[in-house]
Design a protein around this ligand. Structure first.
Ligand code: PLP
Length: 380
């Protein structure tokens, strides 16, 4: 719209910056944002509808600002899922996706003159939480491909060098799929403790970890500066409802309660989340199948000769043979949307239904054919 007046001046550091987000394209096989591919059953849809209807009758009132019922339900779920016993509702907190949880933690513990540290390749939103809260951002490196492991020595050396207010570890990591050893979490929590820093362990994909891999929730009681974040967007098959949460010392929750916007969690969201938690057996029922599909897909990619990062998650990072953007486009042309993310040359594919995964394998044959075997060196 033409106007005689100049546009208002946006913050200098936001000039020309595009909003973050994976492309939302309508294709048959959506394997790009690590959603659970199974929609809720008709019975669950009916229950969710009834819960929202009940909440609707009181929408003239602001919602329960402390939502202790939901926080108690979340504590019960974590006791069951991760053997995190004895968590009090006062140790849980929820928001509109774990992205909002992270922003609240940065608001409370970051800020001008403070910095946050993570290890690349890391989730692409982390630097944005820092930017949006005027927190300095530092990215150290994880170990080399294809394992992208992070060890305690690397983590503690970076912490000692930078003394950040916030350290973000991700287990399993996005985009690599790598789970963390609890010794690394313990070492990082101790190193952060030396300068009163916070340690966040982002377990957005925690429910997909392989058997025998423990959650950082099990050592929460040992470390008052440890926060574990979770989400209902991935394993819980509820990305559309926007519910993320954290577990931590009650003092951390109290700090977050200071910066949260008033009534941030709508009555409809609270009703949906509590209903979904009551149906957790059904919602999480497909996790075992997705894990099996993940392991089969990783093996298939390795058999084709790709480098594949070991995954405890519901996605796989692997190295393409051909130019990664060309491969991504040729897969999309066949109705399969995956993600161009991670180190140059690598692609990330979410684990879908068995049909989705079969479609991906078929499309890959022409999108990224196995290179002809290089001739074996002849005997001298
Ligand atoms: C998907 C994801 C999240 C959270 O997403 P929400 O939908 O906001 O809960 C957090 N961390 C990582 C690493 C993720 O991949």
């Amino acid at each position: 719209m033409p106007s005689a007046l100049p546009l208002p001046a946006v913050r200098d550091d936001l000039v020309g910056v595009e909003p973050y987000g994976a492309p939302q394209i309508e294709v048959p096989h959506l394997l790009n944002v690590n959603e659970n591919p199974f929609p809720p059953s008709p019975a669950l849809v009916a229950d969710l509808g009834a819960a929202v209807s009940a909440a609707a009758g009181a929408l003239n009132r602001y919602p329960d600002r402390e939502f202790l019922d939901l926080r108690r339900d979340l504590a019960d779920f974590l006791a069951e899922e991760s053997d995190a016993r004895g968590l009090l509702p006062e140790q849980l907190w929820a928001a509109n996706g774990s992205n909002e949880i992270m922003q609240q933690l940065f608001q409370a513990y970051g800020g001008p003159g403070r910095s946050a540290l993570s290890f690349a390749p890391h989730y692409s939103m982390y630097p944005e939480y820092a930017r949006d809260t005027f927190t300095g951002w530092i990215a150290a490196d994880r170990g080399p491909a294809p394992d992208f492991a992070l060890d305690a020595a690397t983590a503690t050396a970076a912490i000692a060098e930078h003394r950040p207010a916030i350290v973000l570890l991700t287990s399993p990591n996005n985009p690599t799929g790598t789970a963390l050893d609890l010794d690394v979490v313990r070492a990082a929590a101790r190193a952060q403790g030396e300068h009163r820093g916070l340690l966040i362990v982002d377990e957005a994909y925690g429910e997909f970890r392989r058997d025998g891999v423990p959650s950082a929730l099990t050592i929460l009681a040992e470390h008052p500066n440890l926060v574990v974040t979770r989400t209902m967007s991935k394993a819980f098959a509820l990305a559309g409802a926007r519910l993320g949460y954290l577990a931590a010392d009650p003092a951390v929750v109290d700090a977050v309660r200071v910066v949260r916007l008033p009534y941030h969690l709508s009555a409809a969201t609270q009703a949906v989340a509590r209903t979904a938690l009551a149906h957790r057996t059904e919602l999480l029922g497909q996790v075992a199948l997705l894990r099996t599909e993940r392991d089969a897909l990783a093996e298939h990619l390795r058999d084709r000769g790709h480098d594949v990062a070991p995954s405890d998650s519901n996605f796989i990072l692997y190295r393409a043979f051909a130019d990664r953007h060309d491969v991504w486009q040729r897969l999309l042309d066949q109705g399969v949307l995956i993600r161009e993310v991670g180190p140059a040359g690598w692609l990330r594919v979410s684990v879908g239904t068995p049909e989705d995964n079969a479609a991906f394998r078929r499309a890959l044959e022409t999108a990224d054919p196995v290179p002809a075997a290089t001739a074996a060196p002849s005997d001298p």
